[in-house]
Ligand binder design. Sequence first.
Ligand SMILES: [Zn+2]
Length: 58
Amino acid sequence: MTDDKHCPGFESNKSLKGIKIKCSECGKEWEIFSDEVEKHAKCPACGAVVEPKTCIVR
Ligand SMILES: [Zn+2]
């Protein structure tokens, strides 16, 4: 009795959304996925590593 109609990975992907953050070093704004907010993100412009939750653009 296995239920393989639902793939857990697919379900979690549906809840992802883009979040805009701003680099504290150079001011570059870019988007990350919502599951990356708890991790560190690397600025595509200057390469600085930032904490996304501290620099979300509203
Ligand atoms: Zn930067």
